[in-house]
Design a protein around this ligand. Structure first.
Ligand SMILES: Nc1ncnc2c1ncn2[C@@H]1O[C@H](COP(=O)(O)OP(=O)(O)OP(=O)(O)O)[C@@H](O)[C@H]1O
Length: 243
C-alpha cells in the first residue's frame, strides 16, 4: 500500500517547564525513507509520539494518504522489556499484536500464514515457541520488526530499530527497508548510526528541540552541521535546508 506524506507545521511540545520541541516544521515525502537524527534527549521520540497521537502538542500535523481511506501505521519501539518468567511466547506476542482473536485461543488461521512469513523474514521461525523473556535483545528487536509487517503498513515509524541488531540482523533490516521502499511505503526512521542513514535514507532531518538541518543525506550531513547538532547546547539557529 502506498504511503502518506507527513506534514509537521510549527509543532511544539512543553512538558512541565521544559520545551521539548520548538516550532518544528518538516515535510516527509510520500514513499520516502526519512531519517531523524540528533543527540540523546533531542526530541526525536517525542516528535514520533506527537505523530502517533501519544502526546498533546501545539501546531498542526497532517497525514496526506494517497487514497480516500487512511492506511495502516506500523510502529517499532526502541525496546520492549519482558519479565523472563512471563509465559508469553513469540507466537503469543505476534498473535496479540496482529490478530483480533484472543491470544489464549491460539493463532488465528486467518493470520497464521502471515505471522509465519513475517517471522521467516526476520529469521526467527525456529524461535517462535520460545518465551519473549528468553530472547536476546537483538532477537526481541527482530520480533518487533516482524509485528510491523502485519497488516501491510502504508507508514512505518521506527525508533532506533538497529540498536541491538548484529550484522545479520542489520542485513535483515536493510532488506525490510528495501521492501518498503519498493512498495512505496513511507518510513520515518529515528537512527543514531549516521553511516546507515547516509547509505539508506532518502532524506534526513537533524533535530535538537528544533530542526537544525533538513535535506538529502549526502550534501546535508557535513561535519559542521553534525558538530552543531551534537554540541551540548541546542543551537538557536532555525531551519537550514541543504541544496
Ligand atoms: N514526561 C516527561 N516529562 C518531562 N520531560 C520529558 C518527559 N518525557 C520526555 N521528556 C524529556 O524530553 C526530552 C526529549 O526526549 P526524547 O525521548 O524525545 O528524546 P530523543 O531524541 O528520542 O532521545 P534518545 O536519542 O535518547 O532516544 C528529554 O530531555 C526527556 O528527558
Amino acid at each position: 500500500m502506498s504511503g502518506p506524506a507527513l506534514c509537521f507545521e510549527q509543532v511544539g511540545l512543553t512538558l512541565g517547564r521544559t520545551d521539548i520541541l520548538c516550532e518544528v516544521s518538516l515535510r516527509v515525502a510520500a514513499g520516502s525513507v526519512h531519517a531523524l537524527v540528533g543527540p540523546n534527549g533531542g526530541g526525536k521520540s517525542s516528535l514520533v509520539k506527537t505523530l502517533l497521537g501519544q502526546t498533546p502538542h501545539r501546531g498542526t500535523l497532517t497525514l496526506e494518504w494517497p487514497g480516500e481511506q487512511a492506511g495502516v501505521i506500523a510502529y517499532v519501539p526502541q525496546a520492549l522489556e519482558f519479565d523472563r518468567a512471563l509465559p508469553m511466547t513469540v507466537d503469543d506476542f505476534m498473535a496479540a499484536m496482529c490478530q483480533r482473536r484472543p491470544v489464549f485461543f491460539g493463532l488465528s488461521p486467518h493470520r497464521a500464514d502471515a505471522i509465519a512469513e513475517a517471522l521467516g523474514r526476520v529469521g526467527l521461525l525456529d524461535k517462535r515457541r520460545r518465551r519473549m523473556g528468553a530472547l536476546s535483545g537483538g532477537e526481541r528487536q527482530r520480533v518487533l520488526l516482524a509485528q510491523s509487517l502485519i497488516p501491510a503498513p502504508g507508514l512505518v515509524v521506527l525508533d532506533e530499530p538497529m540498536s541491538a541488531l548484529d550484522e545479520a540482523g542489520a542485513a535483515i533490516f536493510e532488506r525490510l527497508l528495501a521492501g518498503w521502499r519498493e512498495a512505496g511505503v513511507t518510513v520515518l526512521w529515528i537512527e543514531h548510526d549516521l553511516s546507515a542513514v547516509g547509505r539508506l535514507a532518502d532524506h534526513v532531518t537533524g533535530l535538537n528541540r528544533r530542526v537544525l538541518f533538513d535535506g538529502p543525506p549526502a550534501p546535508t550531513l557535513t561535519p559542521e552541521r553534525l558538530m552543531a547538532l551534537f554540541s551540548t547546547r541546542p543551537a538557536a539557529a532555525g531551519l537550514e535546508v541543504a541544496a
